[in-house]
Write a protein that binds this ligand. Sequence first.
Ligand SMILES: CCCCCCCC(=O)SCCNC(=O)CCNC(=O)[C@H](O)C(C)(C)COP(=O)(O)OP(=O)(O)OC[C@H]1O[C@@H](n2cnc3c(N)ncnc32)[C@H](O)[C@@H]1OP(=O)(O)O
Length: 220
Amino acid sequence: MSEAGTADPTRRNRIHEVWDRRILAERTLADDQVAALADLAGRVRALTDAVVHTRVPADEIAAVSAEVAALTDRLSAVRGEAPPIGSHDGTGRALASPVSGPLNPIAPPVDIEPLPGGGARAAFTLGGVYEGPPTFVHGGVSAMILDQLLGVAAAANGTPGMTATLDLRYRRPTPYGVRLTAEARVARVEGRKTWVDASIAAPDGRTTVEATAMFVMPAR
Ligand SMILES: CCCCCCCC(=O)SCCNC(=O)CCNC(=O)[C@H](O)C(C)(C)COP(=O)(O)OP(=O)(O)OC[C@H]1O[C@@H](n2cnc3c(N)ncnc32)[C@H](O)[C@@H]1OP(=O)(O)O
């Protein structure tokens, strides 16, 4: 029998503890690595923005492409098993979250502030990288941001969970290139279930997207 499959629950828990510590250690970066990676992620975001907006000729694009491939090889010389975990500011904000993670180049990043008593708010500006319909934000991007905001609000309520349902109502197109605001508030809690409402507003204060999510604290 493999160690992980042992029938002795005490021994199994010990094995999981050692395993968890090993994963935690492997995925925890030194402070100087976090700072350097945050800087790199910002530059890669700028690169991504340049890629979708560039109009340079094809031979120049090919030359840049070769340089980027060489840079990817350099970074891949020492590779972790999974993205880093941890929080750089003590708020529990995930370092590599695709929504708010400062180390994740695909994150805008959205700065989400948990509010005491079960809420969260965010202010952010999205670029053309996130375009869906011409000149407006892709609906899936709005959904991703709202899912995270709603989840942070549930956690701020002391009732974190996994998203079980996410209902979206797209009231009007969400513009990009302007400052957007978003807020979430816990509506109710029943046992392991938490319902949270949220919305995104354009600079004129009008709501563009509304969302309601139900989070379930997993049984295990
Ligand atoms: C701070 C960090 C913020 C992070 C925000 C980002 C959040 C995410 O993106 S999470 C990723 C997306 N979500 C997922 O992958 C979830 C996948 N699903 C699961 O893991 C499980 O199905 C989970 C955890 C939702 C429920 O599992 P489990 O604990 O076994 O629930 P289970 O015992 O079957 O059901 C509990 C109750 O919830 C209800 N329920 C469970 N799932 C659903 C669902 N999808 N829809 C409606 N009701 C549901 C059940 O009917 C049951 O209700 P009742 O108690 O009234 O009979």
